[in-house]
Design a protein around this ligand. Structure first.
Ligand SMILES: Cc1cc2nc3c(=O)[nH]c(=O)nc-3n(C[C@H](O)[C@H](O)[C@H](O)COP(=O)(O)O)c2cc1C
Length: 321
C-alpha cells in the first residue's frame, strides 16, 4: 500500500494508532510499528521529560521501525513541558509528532527547525486550513464517532472527512469510527491517505490495559458510549458506566466545573485500565467499539485489515463497477 502518508512516515500500511492517554505506552506503540503501521506513545502519560526518555528507549528496544510521540496541547491546570519533551525527542532521534487539543503554532518553529514531521489532529476544515498554513505535514480529522475529543460540532466522519479532504492539499488521515479493512477502503475512497484508530487498538493483546476492559469492549456495542463534558466546552466520548452516567446527569442539571471535576479527572481512569474496575472512572471509547468482536494481536489486526481491504476492493471492482 502506497500513499503520501506511508511515504512521509516510512511505513508499510497507512494505519496509525493515535495517541491514547494511559493506554499509548511502549508495548502497544512498538507492536503497531513492528506490524507495519505507526505506533504513537503519549508524552502526557509519562508526565516528565526523563520518564518520556525512558519510554522512548523502551520502544526502541522493541522495534527499529518509525514511531511517534503525541504532544498534548489541551488546556491543563498543570503546565505541560512540551518544549522539554521535544528536546528529549531530538536527543533520542524521534522525529514524528502528533499534536492535538489546540493550535500547534507556538511549537511549530522549534519542530520545523528540527525537521520534525508534524501531524495535527483537527475536528473540521477551518482548523485543517489553519494547520496547513502553519506548515504541518498532515492533518488527522476525527468525526463525532471518535473515542476521546470529538469537538463541539457533532458532525460524523462520513461528512467531515470529505469536507477536510476538499479544504487542504496536504495529506489527510481519517479518524473516528475506523476498525476494519472496509473502513480503510472507505477512507481512501474519500481521499484520505491513511486511517488513525484508537478504540480498536485498545482491544489488542499488546494494549497494556486490564483484560476486563478488553472483554467489556468485545461485549459492548456501538450504543455503549456517551459524550460527556459538553457543558464545560470539552466534549469527550467515553464508555457508558456508572461514572459517565452520573456526569451526564450532573451536566443536565447544570453542575459547575468544580462539581464535575471529582468525576471527570483523568487520574480515575487508572483504576479502570490497571485495576480492571470498569466503573472506576470515565474512560475514552469510540463508537467503533461496536465493531470489536475479538481481542487480536496487533499483527493479526493489521493483517486482517489489509486482507479485508483487498476483499472490499475486489468486491467493488468485480461486482459493482
Ligand atoms: C482511551 C483513549 C485515549 C485517548 N487519548 C488521547 C490523547 O491523549 N490525545 C489525543 O490526541 N487523542 C487521544 N485519543 C484519541 C485517539 O488518538 C484517536 O484520535 C481516536 O481514538 C480515533 O477514533 P476511534 O476511537 O474511533 O478509533 C484517545 C482515544 C482513546 C480511545
Amino acid at each position: 500500500m502506497k500513499t503520501r502518508i506511508t511515504e512521509l512516515l516510512g511505513i508499510e500500511y497507512p494505519i496509525i494508532c493515535g495517541g491514547m492517554f494511559q493506554v499509548g505506552r511502549a508495548e502497544l506503540a512498538a507492536a503497531v510499528s513492528e506490524a507495519g503501521g505507526l505506533g504513537i506513545i503519549t508524552s502526557k502519560t509519562q508526565g516528565t521529560p526523563e520518564r518520556l526518555r525512558a519510554e522512548i528507549r523502551r520502544v526502541k528496544e522493541l522495534t527499529n521501525k518509525p514511531f511517534g510521540v503525541n504532544l498534548n496541547l489541551f488546556p491543563s491546570t498543570t503546565p505541560t513541558p512540551n518544549e522539554e519533551f521535544i528536546q528529549v525527542m531530538i536527543e533520542e532521534g524521534v522525529n514524528i509528532v502528533e499534536t492535538s487539543g489546540r493550535s500547534p503554532e507556538p511549537l511549530m518553529k522549534l519542530l520545523k527547525d528540527n525537521d520534525f514531521i508534524v501531524m495535527h489532529k483537527v475536528v473540521g476544515p477551518r482548523y485543517a486550513k489553519t494547520a496547513e498554513r502553519l506548515g504541518v505535514d498532515a492533518v488527522i480529522v476525527v468525526g463525532n464517532e471518535t473515542g476521546g475529543h470529538p469537538g463541539m460540532s457533532d458532525v460524523g466522519t462520513l461528512v467531515i472527512l470529505p469536507r477536510v479532504v476538499d479544504s487542504v492539499s496536504i495529506p489527510v488521515i481519517a479518524g473516528g469510527g475506523f476498525a476494519d479493512g472496509r473502513g480503510l477502503v472507505s477512507a481512501l475512497a474519500f481521499g484520505a491517505e491513511g486511517v488513525l484508530m484508537g478504540t480498536r487498538f485498545m482491544a489488542t493483546k499488546e494494549a497494556p490495559i486490564h483484560e476486563n476492559v478488553k472483554n467489556w469492549m468485545v461485549e459492548a456495542d456501538e450504543t455503549n458510549t456517551i459524550v460527556v463534558q459538553r457543558s464545560i466546552g470539552s466534549p469527550s466520548r467515553v464508555a457508558v458506566n456508572t461514572v459517565s452516567e452520573e456526569v451526564d446527569r450532573l451536566e443536565k442539571k447544570g453542575a459547575t466545573l468544580e462539581e464535575l471535576i471529582p468525576f471527570i479527572t483523568g487520574q480515575r481512569s487508572k483504576d479502570v485500565y490497571f485495576e480492571g474496575n470498569i466503573d472506576g472512572g470515565i474512560w475514552s471509547c469510540g463508537q467503533s467499539v461496536g465493531l470489536v468482536d475479538k481481542v487480536l494481536s496487533v499483527e493479526e489486526l493489521i493483517q486482517q485489515m489489509v486482507a479485508e481491504a483487498k476483499r472490499s476492493m475486489k468486491f467493488i471492482q468485480e461486482r459493482v463497477l
